[in-house]
Design a protein around this ligand. Structure first.
Ligand code: GLN
Length: 537
């Protein structure tokens, strides 16, 4: 196939309808039919990337192999497709403008007035086709962030219009995701918001080819007919997306509704084989028929917003299914936990995860948590800041350095067991300057880490500025905290563990970003297994 086909997903009526899940589910079906499919997301905000955003804003910042700090929807794409994404899969308005303005400064526009149309829209169109032109994909799905009608989305909508015009109708289609609300007082589903939303899209010159309607109740045939007539689509192109018990159910729901077939027809592509979802459905079966149940505490400071730890929560779903175990993740606010309340908050847990994070808020609660898990033999898993807290806890309570700390929290501590990485010392800009993306880690033989991974060379994704201070390595190892994984080139400590504890491991990287339905992450799988064991004891 030579012409890459483009599917654009826009959203109407409200935000948070789950465009990312619909895009990922459709991609999953197309992939299962034998099409090489990728998904990219265009976000209308002005931050160059979400790396500088507080998790309370848009949830977790997801990190790709190539070190891009991206929207969390890219995590869904990878978890569903099991194909890595990259910097090219996430573009923001900030990135678009930055690049256009840099071109202007280099004089590339040859004296022209630089304008939204055509310069910004050209830049957007170019980026929309970047992955398509690589030759690696038959179909590129592009999710447009935000809701149609938003001022900030306009350049994207205009770019989609132009691009479809340029590519020809059968090479680019638009799926519009809307909400069909249920009015309890009237006992009715309402189509008007969808009609208006489609109209708004039309004002920008775009006709929706397919409507995906989020709903809490089944759409009747009459209602589908009505939506089709008033929104100017075929009846078969009115797709119901009813609330599901898990996002992993959505590909099957979309298959039943025929979303993939309607899309292929519109794109003039053959259906090929029926999607083979055998492995996917086995995963779903295990997920829905657990034999065990464990309670795992997630100790962090952004717990009010579930999306802040999206990839961790999803990794537990994958690992739970792998262990035929229902994992109840219990959010615990580290700011409201201290040495006195640790026992009452943590004693009934089968496993404790201390979450990643930045800054000093809530860290003493994290340190008290580590201590409780260590002293009470509760399976412990620390990620990034969580691993750093484990090092601090050990230094304070085993080595006896009461003031041990990270220089992130206390620059003048006499025992900086976690300190700023050398290469970070001259960095002033905050955006995109952490140690990012995949780096190698060599694992020591006969350690828990080696047992978990089953190998001694791994690649994991990072996002941090501070590191284990090598000056304390000998002392800590002698006292029983083993550095079981290090970067082979820089010797930076990547994994710590306590061999005398049933399961105690901290990692400087983020394993959660690499967990997918097809490949649940071994650290999460082993951690859940350890929690099951702990519970059965
Ligand atoms: N704040 C710590 C650092 O920068 C940990 C980062 C994280 O948890 N992602 O090293």
């Amino acid at each position: 196939m030579n012409q890459t086909k483009y599917i654009f997903v826009t959203g109407g009526v409200t935000s948070s309808l789950g465009k990312g899940i619909i895009a990922a589910s459709l991609a999953k079906l197309l992939q299962a039919r034998g099409y090489r499919t990728t998904i990219q997301k265009f976000d209308p905000y002005i931050n160059v990337d979400p790396g500088t955003l507080n998790p309370y804003e848009h949830g977790e910042c997801y990190v790709t192999d190539d070190g891009a700090e991206t929207d969390l929807d890219l995590g869904h794409y990878e978890r569903f497709l099991n194909v890595p994404t990259s910097q090219a899969n996430n573009v923001t308005t900030g990135r678009v403008y930055l690049s256009v303005i840099e071109k202007e400064r280099r004089g590339e526009f040859l004296g022209k007035t630089v304008q939204v149309v055509p310069h910004i829209t050209n830049e957007i169109k170019e980026r929309m086709q970047l992955l398509g032109k690589s030759g690696d994909y038959d179909i590129v799905i592009t999710e447009i962030g935000g809701t149609v009608g938003d001022i900030e989305s306009l350049p994207y909508i205009e770019s989609v219009r132009q691009l479809i015009w340029e590519l020809g109708e059968n090479n680019g289609i638009v799926i519009h995701l809307t909400l069909v609300p249920y009015l309890a007082a009237a006992g009715e589903l309402k189509t008007k918001p969808t009609q208006h939303s489609v109209k708004t899209l039309m004002e920008s010159g775009i006709k929706a080819d397919i409507l995906v309607c989020r709903t809490e109740h089944e759409l009747s045939q009459d209602l589908r007919q009505k939506l089709a007539l008033f929104c100017n689509v075929k009846k078969e192109a009115v797709i119901q997306s009813i609330d599901a018990s898990t996002i992993y159910e959505v590909p099957n729901l979309m298959l039943e509704e025929g979303l993939d077939r309607v899309a292929l027809k519109k794109l003039d592509l053959p259906e090929k084989n029926t999607p083979d979802l055998t492995n996917w459905n086995e995963f779903l079966f295990r997920l829905k028929n657990p034999k065990h149940e464990v309670n795992i505490g997630l100790v962090g400071k952004y717990v009010e917003l579930q999306d802040s730890y999206k990839s961790i929560l999803e990794a537990f779903i994958h690992a739970g299914a792998a262990n035929e175990t229902k994992v109840n993740v219990i959010s615990i606010h580290s700011e409201y936990l201290d040495a006195n309340s640790a026992e009452s908050q943590l004693k009934d847990l089968d496993g404790i995860l201390v979450a990643p994070g930045f800054g000093g808020r809530g860290i003493e609660g994290k340190i008290d948590t580590v201590r409780y898990a260590r002293e009470n033999n509760i399976p412990f898993f620390g990620i990034c800041l969580g691993m750093q807290m484990a090092v601090i806890e050990y230094s304070r309570n085993i080595l006896g350095y009461a003031d041990a700390n990270s220089t992130e929290m206390n620059e003048s501590t006499a025992h900086p067991v976690i300190n700023l990485m050398e290469e970070q010392k001259n960095i002033e800009n905050k955006g995109g300057t952490m140690r990012l993306g995949v780096w190698k880690c060599s694992i020591k033989e006969n350690t828990l880490a080696q047992k978990i991974y089953g190998k001694t060379e791994i690649m994991e994704r990072h996002r941090h500025r501070y590191e284990f201070n090598g000056a304390y390595l000998n002392e800590l190892e002698k006292a029983g905290l083993v550095a079981s994984g290090v970067n082979p080139d820089t010797k930076l400590v990547e994994i710590v563990e306590i061999p005398t504890h049933p399961f105690f491991i901290g990692v400087q990287y983020h394993p959660e970003y690499k967990s997918t339905v097809a490949n649940p992450h071994p650290l999460f799988v082993s951690f859940v297994a350890a929690a099951v064991q702990h519970k059965n004891k």
